[in-house]
Design a protein around this ligand. Structure first.
Ligand code: FES
Ligand SMILES: [Fe+2]
Length: 459
């Protein structure tokens, strides 16, 4: 399939709000995404609380690649390709653990991360037949584990990018950090202060990864899907709905960056406190206490937590209960692997963590009632779009077309009310820009123009 600029413009008409559904089923497009999007974008690989001690590791994913995320003896956070340089075997077959040396189970090459033993972390420290087979001449650094060149932390989260020339994570996120902070900060307003609760839920869903990413970026229009969960009153208080006491949210997005949320603008009047854990007085007491601390700590700059969003390409989040991340890893054109990380205040009492864990499980994840509704939509939409006639048709993203207006206080952001598909439009616009293989200068030109414009307005 020819995927040049002209063809990509036919596939994604973001200004007209039309996207061809071949994007969600065609193997050729999926393969091009793996080459043009995932090796160049900043991807969340984990959280520091998953690897608190030296030599702790977890296995994560970047696109279709398995990677090892580890902290070495010196405390440095490193990301390695989890594929042996010798014959490609998965070097680490555990989900998590602690080790000073990774030994490949196939022929036994071993690799160290410790800078006291090797100059370059990932270099070979154990090589069977080193003398008789290789005459001691094999370059142990060149043939070490491939290390991801860009790894950075942000308020406890760890991100990686295979593109050494990529812009910084800070520039990549832009003012989307305002919403990311609401996921990562302690509920009392202290920066960071969250931890991943228990393990990561991982499961496969027969759907293209983009359907989930676009749902989280700003689809407030599918409440009909969740009526049974709402009727079952799975919210923390046992009241109506899944999350109690919320005001209508707005679709807010960053067209130059491809990120978006359903949430509130920075100067939106703070929602008055509403008790959400009335059936659990001790949990309710904790939330009331941290809310009051947040008012005292942040004052005017209080963050509103109720957003749901996506950071391009495949990191979605809930800033509200159940707080955390959903990464929709691409596996095949019509298969994704969903990874759910639940975040809680690191110093919350155990009974609060236990209550949040139970709520997270009944809301999200493979057994969560709300998530199951969404998964059913994505898998059936994928199946019904894959037919030979169906795949020739387009999807419609024209809701709220032309209603976009700037958001004071957020560089480059637009909002278009509660019922709008503007965020999906800007997501596919960004998708097209990456698929065009633009340079980083070209990719960031619009974001820089936004910043200059905001500066000119003194904002
Ligand atoms: S594949 Fe790893 S040592 Fe041979
Ligand atoms: Fe949903």
């Amino acid at each position: 399939m020819n995927l040049d600029r002209e063809r990509l413009a036919e596939l994604v008409d973001d200004e007209g709000g039309i996207v061809q559904r071949t994007l969600f089923v065609a193997p050729e497009i999926f393969q091009a995404e793996l080459q043009r999007i995932f090796p160049r974008t900043w991807l969340l690989v984990g959280h520091e609380s998953q690897i608190p001690e030296p030599e702790d590791f977890v296995v994560s994913r970047m696109g279709t690649d398995s990677v090892i995320l580890t902290r070495n003896k010196q405390g440095e956070i490193l990301v390695f390709l989890n594929s042996c340089p010798h014959r490609g075997m998965r070097v680490c077959r555990y989900d998590a653990g602690n080790t000073r040396v990774f030994t490949c189970p196939y022929h036994g090459w071993s690799f160290s991360t410790d800078r006291e033993r090797v100059r370059e972390p990932g270099a070979i420290v154990g090589l069977p037949r080193a003398e008789e087979g290789y005459g001691n001449s094999l370059d142990r650094e060149e043939w070490g584990l491939a290390r991801c060149p860009r790894v950075t932390s942000y308020k406890g989260t760890i991100w990686a990018n295979w593109d050494a020339d990529a812009v910084s994570l800070e520039d990549y996120l832009g003012d989307m950090r305002f919403y990311l902070d609401a996921v990562l900060d302690h509920r009392d307003g202290r920066p960071g202060g969250s931890m991943v609760l228990a393990g990561v839920q991982k499961w496969r869903v027969e759907s293209n990864w983009k359907l989930a990413a676009e749902n989280f970026i700003g689809d407030l229009y599918h409440e009909i899907s969740h009526q049974s969960a709402d009727l079952a009153k799975i919210g923390p208080s046992g009241g109506k709905g899944r999350r109690d006491g919320q005001r209508p949210r707005l679709a807010i997005g960053f067209p130059a960056l491809g990120h978006g949320v359903l949430g509130y603008t920075p100067y939106y009047e703070e929602q008055p406190y509403s008790a959400t854990w009335t059936n659990h007085p001790e949990v309710e007491a904790y939330f009331k206490q941290v809310y009051e601390a947040r008012v005292a700590n942040l004052g005017e700059a209080m963050r509103v937590h109720c957003s749901v969003g996506t950071i391009f390409p495949n990191l979605s989040f809930h800033a509200n209960q159940p707080r955390g991340f959903l990464v929709t890893h691409p596996i095949g054109p019509t298969t994704m692997e969903m990874w759910r990380y639940y975040l809680v205040d690191a110093d919350a009492p155990d009974h609060v963590k236990a209550a949040l864990r139970a709520y997270a499980l009944r809301y999200s994840g493979p057994g969560g009632m709300t998530e199951q509704d969404d998964m059913e939509n994505w898998t059936e939409a994928t199946q019904a779009s894959a037919g030979s006639i169906a795949r020739t048709r387009a999807y419609n993203y024209q809701l709220g077309l032309g209603k976009e207006r700037p958001v004071p206080g957020l560089t480059g952001a637009i909002q278009s009310g509660s019922y709008s598909e503007a965020n999906a439009r800007l997501f596919y616009r960004r998708w097209r820009e990456f698929m065009e293989e633009r340079s980083w200068d070209a990719l960031m030109a619009a974001a820089e123009a936004d910043e200059t414009r905001m500066a000119a307005h003194g904002d």
